[in-house]
Design a protein around this ligand. Structure first.
Ligand code: IDP
Ligand code: MG
Length: 139
């Protein structure tokens, strides 16, 4: 996958609160092009695999329960410097520390329920995109 792409999820809290439209508007207004997108729900096994890097952390069970409790919007986004620029747009993991105007500052409730995912490297963007989308679903 090209390195000008990143992967995102609008997490169950954001979907439950009706924030899909507002968050997508902000993403598009920030110069990202949507090259894949779907409403889907992760199984427990999906979430355990997706977040395997965190499986020793004390919050792992909570994270899996949260990420599987309802539908998410999964998407692949394209922009120059996509991974870094998207992490800037979403803000810090803990919304209390997130900069003004960031998606997490605007829409996240807490460190655990923080509205949106953004890949942390080009390598993980490719892995995470392939986890959710086949080649035919990415444009
Ligand atoms: P990131 O999403 O900003 O990359 P990570 O450290 O990779 O943050 O953590 C993945 C996800 O795990 C976070 O987005 C959040 O939903 C959850 N998480 C991280 N730290 C905590 C915590 O201390 N308590 C509860 N949930 C957490
Ligand atoms: Mg992370």
């Amino acid at each position: 996958m090209a390195t000008n792409r990143t992967f995102t999820m609008l997490k169950p809290d954001a979907v439950e609160k009706g924030h899909i439209g507002a968050i997508l508007e902000k993403i598009i207004a920030s110069g990202f092009k949507i090259v894949a997108m779907k409403l889907t729900q992760m199984s427990k096994a999906d979430a355990q695999t997706f977040y395997a890097i965190h499986n020793e952390r004390p919050f792992f069970g909570e994270l899996v329960a949260y990420m599987t409790r309802g539908p998410i919007v999964a998407a692949v986004l394209e922009k120059d410097n996509a991974v870094e620029d998207f992490r800037t747009l979403i803000g810090s993991t803990n919304p209390a520390d997130a900069a003004e105007g960031t998606i997490r500052k605007l829409f996240a409730a807490s460190m655990g329920e923080n509205a949106v995912h953004g890949s942390d490297s080009d390598e993980n963007a490719a892995i995470e995109s392939a986890f959710h989308f086949s080649g035919r679903e990415m444009f």
